[in-house]
Design a protein around this ligand. Structure first.
Ligand SMILES: NC(=O)c1ccc[n+]([C@@H]2O[C@H](COP(=O)([O-])OP(=O)(O)OC[C@H]3O[C@@H](n4cnc5c(N)ncnc54)[C@H](OP(=O)(O)O)[C@@H]3O)[C@@H](O)[C@H]2O)c1
Length: 402
């Protein structure tokens, strides 16, 4: 991945791919929300948007770490840039300072997440900034990680460096919503994505579902996959659809493909068992179908037996593997179970202008046990977007603890 410095004159026009990436992760180009005072100048916000754009170059690759970008500015010009490419590698500030060299002395550094102040896999960035002699640090958001949580900012201020916090904060938070959820809830953020017809069906009554939505929507889903750490389906979707679940992008990140199946009565020849370029993990119950497990292992598929094969236990396992975001691309049975167990925080519903009918045709969410409309789960922060001929409704489920 290219983390080479880009030394350029600050350009007031935002790069065109900012808009596209915004669609990827639902990041608004401007984070200003009504009633909230803007933090920083127009130039500050422009530089922070540049940080976010740099950070997005590592989409899907940094977990359990956040996506972070940094820009060093001296006399109104960018003299160094960087982003965090993956866990274990240096943080964004280190790349930006290296690129700036002596130019960092007396400069302002913009960074989308508070610089760390602790020894992890890399030394503290706060000390690096102090040593480099920067005069000012502009921070997008405070790090929710209790190991940092304001300590980096306090250390910089203690060393006499001016620190401005909260520039483009909402956009910074949204880019790292999976990371923030992971830190606060000790689970990856769950995103339920489905494609349905105008009459609310995700497949015909025979189970056929290729394709519900247009190519435009499917390309959007491929991008979404490339920003996630894992994508989960249930056994029935493997049997009915034989999906690939890749991001279909040359050089793009592919999430780990995860199948949840209790009995492993799955086809022997499935695309998901082809693991030469993309990994697959099968989560199952203890002792399920040993012969099939052996066949999977021969194909390079990972098999993990969980004491209890539930969405919550699956998310707990994926949290322990260091994941920040998990995409549920399952049918209604598993989706209902995932929602009921709090394993879904965000919903993306693609709606195609098609009618398929069929009283037994599957719907996106199975039985939740609700009997009155007052029990309905309402989405918050809802966005509607037109994608080709389809419509995408995006929103967040209120969490029990909120
Ligand atoms: N349009 C779309 O967006 C979309 C997306 C996905 C699927 N689909 C369609 O949806 C249909 C399949 O839906 P589905 O709901 O039957 O299948 P599913 O998503 O495959 O989920 C059900 C399966 O998940 C496994 N499972 C493991 N643990 C579970 C748990 N705790 N709770 C519930 N299930 C668990 C079971 O597999 P085992 O039986 O192997 O144990 C179960 O049969 C297909 O027709 C497919 O084409 C459409």
């Amino acid at each position: 991945m290219d983390n080479s410095p880009v030394v350029a004159q600050a350009d007031p026009s935002l790069p065109s791919d900012t808009q596209e990436n915004a669609l990827l992760v639902g990041t608004a180009v401007s984070s200003d929300s009504p009633g909230k005072e803007r933090v920083g100048s127009d130039f500050d916000r422009q530089m922070m948007q540049r940080c976010l754009e740099l950070a997005r170059r590592a989409l899907g690759r940094t977990s359990p770490n956040p996506l972070v970008g940094a820009v060093v500015v001296k006399d109104g010009e960018i003299v160094g840039e960087g982003f965090h490419p993956r866990a274990g590698e240096p943080h964004a500030e280190v790349f930006a300072l290296r690129a700036a060299g002596v130019g960092a002395r007396g400069a302002t550094i913009y960074v989308s997440l508070e610089p760390c102040n602790h020894y992890g896999r890399t030394p503290p960035c706060s000390e690096g900034l102090i040593a480099a002699g920067v005069a000012k640090v502009v921070v997008g958001m405070v790090d929710p990680n209790p190991l940092v949580a304001g300590a980096g900012i306090a250390r910089l201020r203690g060393a006499g460096i001016e620190v401005l916090v909260g520039v483009e904060e909402a956009a910074c938070r949204q880019l790292n919503e999976g990371f923030v959820h992971r830190i606060l809830h000790k689970r990856p953020m769950g995103i339920l994505k489905y494609a349905m017809t105008l009459d609310g069906k995700i497949a015909t009554s025979s189970g056929h579902s290729a394709w519900v939505t247009s190519q435009d929507s499917r390309s959007e889903v491929h991008q979404l996959r490339s920003s996630c750490d894992a994508v989960i389906v249930g056994g029935n979707t493997v049997r009915q659809d034989n999906p690939y679940l890749t991001s279909h992008q040359v050089g793009g990140h592919n999430p780990l493909r995860v199948v949840m199946s209790r009995h492993l009565n799955l086809p022997e020849n499935a695309h998901l068992w082809e693991t030469a370029s993309v990994g697959t993990l099968v989560l199952t119950e203890v002792g399920a179908n040993p012969n099939f497990q052996e066949m999977l292992l021969k194909h390079g598929v990972e098999v993990v037996e969980l004491a209890s094969l539930t969405p919550d236990q699956a998310m707990d396992y994926l949290y322990k593997r260091g994941f920040c975001s998990v995409l549920w691309e399952c049918g209604g049975t598993l989706a209902a179970s995932a929602i009921a167990q709090g394993a879904v925080q965000k919903v993306l519903a693609f709606i195609a202008p098609k009618i398929i009918g069929g009283s037994n045709a599957p719907t996106p969410v199975g039985d939740l046990g609700f009997t009155t409309m007052t029990q309905a789960l309402s989405l918050e922060r809802v966005r509607w977007r037109v994608i080709g001929v389809d419509c995408l409704v995006e929103g967040y489920l209120r969490q029990k603890s909120e």
